[in-house]
Design a protein around this ligand. Structure first.
Ligand SMILES: Cc1ncc(COP(=O)(O)O)c(C=O)c1O
Length: 400
């Protein structure tokens, strides 16, 4: 289906030219300074960084080395412990499958959480089909994991725990440090999918005791198609991509200097304005919630905030509009504001969000939920437009 066709199907051709973009959890715009930093590596300094034997290759290799040092320093590891991947999906697959395959002789049990991204749940289910035992822990209604439940789930043959830092749909932050502590005491490897947290909230993954950390460039104003798996020193993984032996043999395939340089630049910039951005977006997000909460709702319609504001990403708001038809609500809203009903992946599948279902929302409630992802460019006017759009959409979509 081409873009025109998709637009026609969605009735989007009547869209005003510019609608507020409030879907930053799905992806962020690539920062212009990141685009500039990447620019020379497409057509000028284009050589393969594996070819250190000639000048152009060496120049590309130096750029990759510098970028690797930047990412490593931000994560508190030596550069050799950063494996560049195509994104967090690949990083999660390498972490989960690579670790379990490597430790086959030590145990066959792994633990994860019901609200994880599918890029964690699916590799875990794949391993389950291959003979591992999988425990998928529930969460509390606010989306947080009970540490007691995790403790109770750990078994003598547990080899891996995978618990994300921040949820992509609700923004809920898990207690990464406490999970790491539990795992370390028992000699269990801990993988943390930090795709939504990195560059948005303060983190000290290696200081906290995380063993494997997944990152994704396009979630913090970098390019799509690049991410990293950060691996604690001494931890071995079975490679999942075999070939030329790049990335210390862990991930074969030619490296992309422009994407790698872009990832490092984006991370540097995101860490620079993280605190100020977080404070500004938290205030805007609370203004958004206040505005929505103040709307005069049609009879039988109720707004419910999902997640845990005290432990949440500053830029994310997830709201269930109980009492309306989700498809109609989103049908009205998409003409006025770019937001999501859940993760980009669950939106594509058309299935109700497994995350909201895990928080106790019904299928109908999950479908009638709105994820607002604010970002660097979001203004108070965008928030006002979003509130007005929801007000108007509710008037049309409400029913009982
Ligand atoms: C928490 C989380 N993990 C993994 C991914 C997948 O990341 P990527 O698009 O880099 O493969 C996403 C993207 O939505 C995410 O939000």
């Amino acid at each position: 289906m081409d873009i025109n066709c998709i637009e026609l199907c969605c009735g989007l051709t009547a869209l005003p030219q510019i609608v507020p973009y409030l879907d930053h959890n799905a992806t962020t715009p690539c920062d212009p300074a990141v685009v500039d930093a990447m620019a020379p590596y497409w057509s000028e300094a284009f050589a393969n960084p594996s070819q250190r034997g000639h000048r152009p290759g060496l120049a590309a290799a130096v750029a990759v080395d510098q970028a690797r040092q930047t990412v490593a320093a931000a994560c508190g590891v030596a550069p050799s412990r950063v494996i560049f991947t195509s994104g967090a999906t690949e990083a999660n697959n390498l972490a989960i499958k690579g670790l379990c395959e490597q430790r086959l002789g030590q145990g066959r049990h792994l633990v994860t959480v019901a609200t994880e991204h599918v890029a964690v749940l699916e590799p875990c289910r794949y391993l389950e089909r291959s003979g591992f035992t999988l425990t998928v822990l529930p969460v509390r209604p606010d989306g947080r994991l009970e540490l007691e439940a995790l403790t109770a789930a750990l078994q003598p043959d547990t080899v891996l725990v995978s618990v994300m830092a921040a949820n992509n749909e609700t923004g809920v932050l898990q207690d990464v440090e406490a999970v790491a502590d539990l795992c370390r005491q028992r000699g269990i490897a801990y993988h943390c999918d930090a795709a939504q947290a990195c560059g948005h909230v303060p983190m000290d993954p290696m200081g906290w005791g995380v063993d494997l950390l997944s990152l994704s460039g396009h979630k913090f104003y970098g390019p799509k198609g690049i991410g990293a798996l950060v691996v604690r020193p001494g931890l071995a993984l079975a490679p999942q991509l075999h070939g030329g032996g790049q990335e210390g043999g862990y991930r074969s395939g030619s490296l992309s200097p422009p994407l790698i340089v872009g990832l490092a630049k984006a991370l540097t910039l995101a860490l620079q304005d993280q605190q100020e951005r977080g404070q500004r977006l938290r205030a805007l997000r609370e203004g958004l919630w206040h505005g929505l909460n103040g709307l005069k709702l049609p009879p039988g319609v109720e707004l419910l905030r999902n997640g845990c504001p005290a432990h949440g990403l500053p830029h994310t708001l997830n709201v269930t509009v109980r009492g309306v038809d989700g498809a109609r609500l989103h049908g009205q809203l998409r003409r006025r504001v770019a937001l999501s009903s859940g993760s980009s992946c669950s939106s594509a599948s058309g299935k109700p969000s497994h995350v909201l279902r895990a928080l106790g929302r019904s299928s109908a409630e999950s479908a009638a939920s709105l994820r607002f992802g604010l970002g660097r460019g979001t203004t108070a006017a965008d928030v006002d437009q979003a509130v007005a759009a929801v007000r108007d959409a509710l008037a049309l979509a409400a029913y009982r």
